[in-house]
Design a protein around this ligand. Structure first.
Ligand code: SF4
Length: 250
């Protein structure tokens, strides 16, 4: 780590995650991280070049911490921040169509106080749910390398240990693979061969301390899925309501 405590190597990430005594400390250290040179360069380049529609905005251009209820029994996990979404606003799933779709569903199912999510100070609050990702920096082509995912894994491992959610909703096959691999590396008991992703898939995993976690698969909230009707609002609501039954009211 640098003298200022900035993680710059995979070993630093392990130490920084383990040293975060609570969620606030973890959320404070994540945005300082510079351990993946390719992702640091990309997230910052995107923040300088910008999309034309956002040229007057200052991009976050840093790693994005999780967002939501610090005691959430339900965690929603994507893959990584979007270049002009969370990498711009600094909040997971905020500032793009994917987030619009997701937070509208959270509002309908009682997890969010409002249906929209545009910026960090828009008044959105989440109850019983938190959104996060196995990779905290926007990757080129939404495609982190296995090494980058591995390097970032301790942050998600620590987040799970601190929150101890009962249910994780995973958005998309890439997120599913990344989550299961990260969990296995962080000491969770993940069957081999790895269970396949599917919309509505469910599996129960045991954590390093014996805690049980239900993992629910859901098609990703990308425009590719939502514009084509592959993922409808009703389908997403059903997964979130299942998560609520398992994690909150069950
Ligand atoms: S992806 Fe994770 S480990 Fe890599 S620089 Fe970003 S926050 Fe750090």
């Amino acid at each position: 780590m640098t003298p200022a405590g900035v993680p710059t190597t995979p070993e630093d990430v392990v130490r920084a995650a383990a040293g975060a005594r609570d969620l606030a400390a973890l959320d404070a250290v994540v945005p300082t991280c510079r351990a993946c040179p390719r992702l640091v360069a990309w997230r910052e380049l995107v923040g300088v070049e910008k999309r034309a529609a956002f040229r007057d905005e200052t991009y976050w251009a840093r790693p994005v911490p999780g967002f939501g209820d610090p005691h959430a029994p339900v965690l929603v996990v994507g893959l990584a921040p979007a270049a002009h979404g969370a990498n711009r606003t600094g909040r997971m799933f905020t500032g793009d169509r994917s987030g619009d779709f997701l937070f509208a569903a959270m509002h309908r199912t009682g997890f969010a106080n409002q249906a929209t999510s545009t910026r960090r100070d828009d008044g959105l609050t989440l109850t019983d749910i938190r959104v996060t990702a196995p990779v905290r920096c926007a990757p080129p082509a939404n495609d982190p390398t296995p090494e980058e995912r591995r390097t970032c894994g301790p942050y998600l491992g620590r987040e799970l240990a601190l929150i101890r959610p009962r249910v994780v909703v995973v958005l998309g096959a890439f997120g599913w693979q990344a989550l299961l691999t990260t969990l296995a590396e962080q000491g969770w008991h993940v069957p081999r061969p790895r269970p396949r992703f599917g919309h509505g898939a469910e599996l129960v995993l045991a954590g390093p301390d014996g805690a049980e976690l239900v993992v629910l698969g859901c098609f990703h909230v990308s425009q590719q899925n939502t514009f084509t009707g592959r993922l409808t609002p009703e389908m997403l609501d059903a997964v979130l309501l299942r998560a609520r039954r398992l994690g909150v009211t069950g």
